[in-house]
Design a protein. Structure first.
Length: 117
């Protein structure tokens, strides 16, 4: 795994398990937003949204930034990159095993149909 040392992968995965938190990440994916705007977009109260933002921040998936007097929240791309890196490690091995299993399963059927075709 090539995750950054300050990213707690377990916290990140637990944070992503909640659909409200995934909705929040989607809402701030394009640009930073204040908590009130995020709450409006995802249909949660500001208090609930703030709670979820705190969980996402502790998991390394969001950051708070100041723009003048406004406190905006943005996606922490390093945190998402660490999760993606972890998940990407599974794809080549799993897909090649799945392909081999399907080909092995289908081999007798294909051999029989080719002689009758």
């Amino acid at each position: 795994m090539t995750a950054e040392p300050d990213i707690d992968l377990d916290l990140s995965l637990r944070a992503l398990a909640d659909s409200n938190r995934r909705s929040i990440l989607h809402a701030i994916g394009g640009h930073p937003l204040p908590v009130g705007s995020i709450a409006e977009v995802v249909g949660l109260s500001q208090q609930t949204t703030s709670h979820h933002l705190g969980v996402l921040r502790r998991a390394g998936l969001t950051v708070g930034v100041r723009e003048g007097t406004r406190h905006l929240f943005a996606v922490e791309t390093d945190g998402l990159a660490a999760v993606r890196s972890y998940l990407d490690d599974f794809w080549p091995t799993k897909l090649s095993k799945l392909k081999a299993a399907i080909e092995a399963r289908d081999e007798p059927e294909n051999a029989g149909s080719e002689t009758h075709g």
